[in-house]
Design a protein around this ligand. Structure first.
Ligand code: EPZ
Length: 429
C-alpha cells in the first residue's frame, strides 16, 4: 500500500486551492436519485469516497459522467430509472455514508433494502435517528440479518421530527426523504452545518421547497416531483482548516483560495488566540506564522458553528509544539483520540482520559513511522511530520485518499517535502 514520507522543518510559502467538500458532495450525489433528470455538480472533489459512491449509484441505475468543465471538475448524474433499490453490505461497510441512499430510494420507489453500516474506528455511530426520522415520515422499517428493509407503498407523509440531539447525517437523511413526502415536514434541533445548507440549496434548485436550512428549525413543503439542476459544491471547510493548521505548524505564509473563511470561524479564532496571524479574503484566508512559538489553547468540539470534530486531531498536532498545556475535549465521538498514541511516537506529550486529552507542548518532535485508523487522524500525522525533525513515514495512506485530493501536490507546491511512495499492493498491518 502507498505511504507518504514527510521531511520536516521546511517553512510553507505559497497558495493552496481548496477542493469541493467531500461531506457535501456525497450527499448531493445521493440526492440525484430523487429525479429522473440530470443533476450537474461542479467543484466536485475527486476522492476515493466520491468514486466509491459513484459506483454504488451506478449499480442502483445512475449514469455518471465526469469531466473537467469551465467551472472545474464536474460530475453529471442521471438516474432515469432505479434498477435496484438494494445497497449491499460490502458497499455500505466500505463507506458508511452509502447508507444515505436509503431515504432517496424510499422516496422515489417506495421501498429500499440497505445494509446497516455498523460501527467505525471513531465510535459506535448508530443510525437510530435516521430510522426514527424515516418512520416518522410513514416508512415501515424492519431490521433483518444486518439489513434495513424500508417500505412506504403509499408514499411518505410530512411530519414534525424533533431530534433529541444534533446529527448531521440524520438531518440530511430526513431532508432527502421529506422533499418528496406529501405535506409539510418540520425538523427541530436540526444540524446547522454548511453541508446541510448546501444540500438544501441544491434540492431547492431541483424544485424542492425547503426553508430554514442552517438554523435548528427546517421547514420542508413536500413536492410531487423534482427535476434536474446545476449546483456548485461548497468548499471543503475541513480541508481549508487542515491546511490552515499545516501552515501554522510548519511556519511561513500560505494563502488558501477557492474557499470561505466564514466556514471555519471557530478554528480561526482559536488559531488567533494561539498566536497565528489570520487574514480573511473574499476568496479564502491567509495564515502566517513567523518564528514565534504558539501558545497552548483549549478547545472543545461541538456541532457547527462550534469547533469541528473533523479538525480536532489536526489541532492537537499543532498543540504538541505550543508553549504550555492545552486541553482538547471531544464531545461528538466517543473514541476519537486514536491519533494521540501515534503523535506520542513522534515525541508528543499527551495524556488521554475519557473524552479529554491534555497536550503539554514539547520543544521538538522527531520523525518516525506512524499510521492511523481514520482520515482526519492520518492527516494530523502529516501536519506533525511537517514540523518534526527528520523523516515521518505515514502508513495506510488510503485513509488520506478518501478525503484529501492531491495532498502531496498541494503541500509540495508550498515547498513542503512530501512524497508518496507507491506500494506493491500488499496489505499492511
Ligand atoms: C458527519 O458524520 C460527517 N460525515 C463526519 O465526518 C463528521 O465528523 C460528523 O458529521 C460530525 O460533524 C459525513 O458527512 C459523511 P452525526 P455523521 O450524525 O453524520 C451520534 C469525516 O472525517 N448518532 O452528526 O455520521 C453519532 O454516533 C467524517 O469526514 C447517533 O447516536 O455524524 C455521533 O456520536 C467522520 N444516532 C453523533 O451522533 C444516529 O442515528 C453525531 O453524529 C446518528 C448519530
Amino acid at each position: 500500500m502507498d505511504r507518504i514520507a514527510i521531511t520536516g522543518g521546511v517553512r510553507l510559502e505559497g497558495e493552496i486551492p481548496i477542493s469541493g467538500a467531500k461531506n457535501s458532495a456525497i450527499k448531493l450525489m445521493a440526492a440525484s436519485l430523487l429525479t429522473d433528470e440530470p443533476l450537474r455538480l461542479t467543484n466536485m472533489p475527486r476522492l476515493a469516497d466520491t468514486r466509491f459512491l459513484g459506483r454504488l449509484l451506478q449499480r442502483l441505475g445512475a449514469d455518471l459522467v465526469e469531466s473537467d468543465g469551465v467551472d472545474g471538475p464536474e460530475t453529471v448524474l442521471r438516474t432515469k430509472e432505479i434498477v435496484s433499490a438494494i445497497a449491499p453490505y460490502d458497499l455500505v461497510r466500505q463507506m458508511r455514508a452509502s447508507f444515505n441512499v436509503l431515504g432517496p430510494l424510499l422516496a422515489r420507489t417506495g421501498q429500499a433494502k440497505v445494509s446497516l453500516p455498523g460501527g467505525c474506528t471513531i465510535g459506535a455511530r448508530p443510525v437510530d435517528l435516521h430510522l426514527k426520522a424515516l418512520e416518522a415520515l410513514g416508512a415501515q422499517i424492519d431490521l433483518h440479518e444486518g439489513y434495513v428493509y424500508a417500505q412506504a407503498p403509499r408514499g411518505l407523509r410530512g411530519a414534525t421530527i424533533a431530534f433529541p440531539f444534533v446529527s448531521v447525517g440524520a438531518t440530511e437523511h430526513a431532508l432527502l426523504a421529506a422533499v418528496l413526502a406529501e405535506g409539510e415536514t418540520v425538523l427541530e434541533n436540526a444540524a446547522c452545518e454548511p453541508e446541510i445548507v448546501d444540500l438544501a440549496d441544491c434540492l431547492n434548485k431541483m424544485g424542492a421547497s425547503i426553508s430554514g436550512a442552517g438554523t435548528p428549525s427546517i421547514r420542508i413543503k413536500g413536492v410531487a416531483r423534482l427535476g434536474g439542476a446545476s449546483h456548485a459544491v461548497i468548499p471543503d471547510r475541513i480541508e481549508t482548516g487542515t491546511y490552515a493548521l499545516a501552515a501554522a505548524m510548519a511556519g511561513g505564509e500560505v494563502r488558501l483560495t477557492n474557499t470561505r473563511a466564514d466556514l471555519i470561524e471557530a478554528l480561526l479564532d482559536k488559531m488567533t488566540e494561539a498566536g497565528a496571524e489570520v487574514t480573511r479574503h473574499n476568496d479564502g484566508v491567509t495564515v502566517k506564522r513567523n518564528g514565534a512559538r504558539l501558545r497552548a489553547v483549549e478547545i472543545e468540539t461541538d456541532p457547527y458553528p462550534g469547533f469541528a470534530t473533523d479538525l480536532q486531531a489536526q489541532f492537537m498536532a499543532l498543540m504538541t509544539l505550543a508553549d504550555g498545556e492545552s486541553v482538547v475535549r471531544e464531545t461528538i465521538f466517543e473514541n476519537r483520540f486514536m491519533h494521540a498514541p501515534e503523535l506520542r511516537r513522534l515525541g508528543a506529550d499527551i495524556t488521554v482520559s475519557g473524552g479529554e486529552a491534555r497536550v503539554r507542548g514539547v520543544d521538538a518532535l522527531e520523525g518516525a513511522p506512524v499510521m492511523a485508523t481514520d482520515l482526519r487522524a492520518s492527516v494530523s500525522l502529516v501536519i506533525a511530520g511537517l514540523a518534526a525533525r527528520g523523516e515521518t513515514m505515514v502508513n495506510r495512506v488510503y485513509h488520506l485518499d478518501r478525503g484529501f485530493e492531491r495532498l502531496e501536490e498541494k503541500l509540495g507546491a508550498c515547498g513542503a517535502q512530501v512524497r508518496r511512495i507507491v506500494g506493491d499492493g500488499e496489505p499492511e498491518d
